[in-house]
Design a protein around this ligand. Structure first.
Ligand code: NAD
Length: 488
């Protein structure tokens, strides 16, 4: 049953079907059935989008007219506000968000972050005076100016599509770039709405373009290899991120990468509410499909048995309170696709083969519907196991014992990734000492919220390159030019 409006491409100011009229079905994670239809962009459509973005950057005043940009980005924000209901529907039907998760993580955080960008934009330093300097026997006055980098291709994943789309598109537009947004094949509607509302807001043709298709790689690879595109802003898996870096090398593409994670929550022996800290580590929100989720729980070896018992109890109490599309209390629904379900289940099997102890869950749940339901799952594991090393991107937690603070830091850092994490302790200084030594782009101390629209977000190591959100997120789209003029 088709529930969502058809997702149209938006190219050079025109909302339209794909050349030749090809479409593909958007499959709903709750039902495994089509929930919508999307235009299936061809190479010719992608080519048209690149050409339009290039022309708009080179021949219009978009890159220099900051007042116009703020006016239109603000107008677009108002139109998104008026479409909150539709945004929720898209997050639920395309990305499989549960009703209790859709507001917070999908719609509110994204629109709040948009407001943060608008609020921070006046703080961008467009010019900096470097004073005079004498060299080669004469004096020069110097300054730097910041300029938008040019044409940006924003390639985004399906898990929190609105949040990631806003993180890239709004910052790049405010910076003065022109943009081609390329959402994942699972979530084209959350991209298409940018085109629809930009058309309504009156954006100049070519400033924002939206393309998507059934082939996950076609549009992305065209943009990554095309010399007319200046910067790739990518959020997705580490494997595709590496390929983008490689494929972008011949044109020396600027690449900004937000990749996977395997973040650790360290609960120290003196955590004031040890049981609560352990119990709330259950990986259930949005079925664990978040890049920054804390999917490794590190507990003191001296309290390992206690922690496992707490977890067993908390998973049992959570019980079947998930997976109902209409229940506003539910924060967990299905995983996004058949492919993702198979991938997660292959890790559950791997965990058993590796000798990890299953503490909870571990099964698919077809009784919840024809979609892609997997129970909240937890393993007692060691950090050398693949289930502790690799990103599963599903509701699978691993709990690992450590000996002392140094050992906790070692285990947290013994990971290819470095995106986020957490530390809980009754001793704030001790927690801060550990937080500073964990090699990750963000970290929460005693439950602090380290992800917000006004804070830079990004990864160390294989979790990425660069920062999104905050003032840094806007500056990511700027180049610096030094200008000097000879003193009279
Ligand atoms: P993915 O890497 O498969 O796809 C991401 C995007 O890249 C999609 O739009 C896809 O169509 C496109 N793509 C696929 N192949 C491509 C290629 N060869 N060239 C160019 N583009 C290509 O990731 P996914 O499965 O959509 O999302 C899940 C992954 O995203 C997880 O690894 C997760 O950790 C990561 N993620 C990271 C963050 C972050 O901020 N660090 C946020 C959300 C998701």
């Amino acid at each position: 049953m088709t529930i969502l409006p058809d997702a149209k491409l938006y190219i050079d100011g025109v909302l339209r079907d794909a050349e030749g009229g090809a479409t593909f079905d958007v499959i709903g994670p709750w039902t495994g059935e089509p929930v919508g239809k999307a235009a299936d962009a061809s190479a010719a459509d992608v080519e048209a989008a690149i050409a339009a973005a290039r022309r708009a950057f080179d021949t219009t005043d978009w890159s220099t007219n900051a007042d116009l940009r703020v006016k239109l980005v603000t107008k677009l924000r108002e139109l998104f506000e008026a479409n909150r209901g539709r945004l929720s529907d898209l997050a639920r039907h395309e990305a499989g968000a549960a009703l209790g998760a859709v507001g917070r993580a999908h719609v509110d955080m994204a629109l709040d972050g948009w407001d943060d960008y608008l609020r921070l934009f006046p703080q961008v330093t467009w010019e900096k005076d470097y004073g005079t300097r004498s060299s080669f026997g004469f004096e020069s006055h110097r300054k730097t100016v910041s300029e938008p980098i040019g044409v940006v291709a924003a390639i985004t994943p399906w898990n929190v599509p609105l949040y990631v789309n806003v993180g890239k598109v709004v910052a790049a537009l405010l910076a003065g770039c022109t943009v081609i947004l390329k959402p994942a094949p699972n979530t084209p509607g959350m991209g298409a709405i940018f085109g629809e509302l930009a058309a309504e807001a009156g954006f100049p043709a070519g400033v924002l373009n939206v393309v998507f298709g059934s082939d996950p790689a076609l549009a992305g690879e065209m943009m990554v290899t095309d010399p007319r595109v200046d910067l790739i802003s990518f959020t997705g898996s580490t494997g595709v991120g590496k390929r983008i870096m490689e494929q972008g090398a011949p044109t020396l593409k600027r690449v900004f990468l937000e990749l996977g994670g395997k973040s650790a929550k360290i609960v120290l022996d003196d955590a004031p509410n040890f049981a609560m800290e352990v119990a709330t580590a259950m990986l259930v929100f949005h079925a664990g499909q978040g890049c920054a989720v804390q999917s490794r729980l590190l507990v003191p070896a001296s309290r390992y048995e206690e922690a496992k018992a707490i977890l067993k109890h908390s998973y049992a109490s959570f019980g079947d309170n998930w997976g109902d599309f209409d229940n506003p209390q539910h924060i967990m629904g299905p995983v996004v696709s058949q492919r993702q379900m198979e991938r997660v289940m292959s890790y559950v099997e791997l965990g058993k083969e590796e000798g990890a102890t299953l503490l909870a869950g571990g099964n698919m749940r077809p009784d919840k519907g024809n979609g892609y339901f997997i129970e909240p799952t937890a393993f007692a594991a060691t950090n050398d196991m693949r289930i502790a090393r690799e990103e599963i991107f599903g509701p699978v937690l691993v709990v690992i014992p450590f000996e002392d603070d140094e050992d906790a830091i070692r285990i947290a850092n013994e990971s290819d990734y470095g995106l986020s994490g957490g530390v809980a302790s009754g001793d704030f200084d001790r927690a801060m000492r550990i937080a500073r030594r964990v090699r990750s782009g963000s970290i929460s101390v005693n439950g602090g919220m380290c992800i917000a629209g006004d804070l830079p977000f990004g990864g160390y190591k294989a979790s990425g390159v660069g920062r999104e959100w905050g003032l840094e997120g806007i500056e990511e789209f700027l180049e610096t030019k030094a200008i000097a003029w000879r003193a009279a």
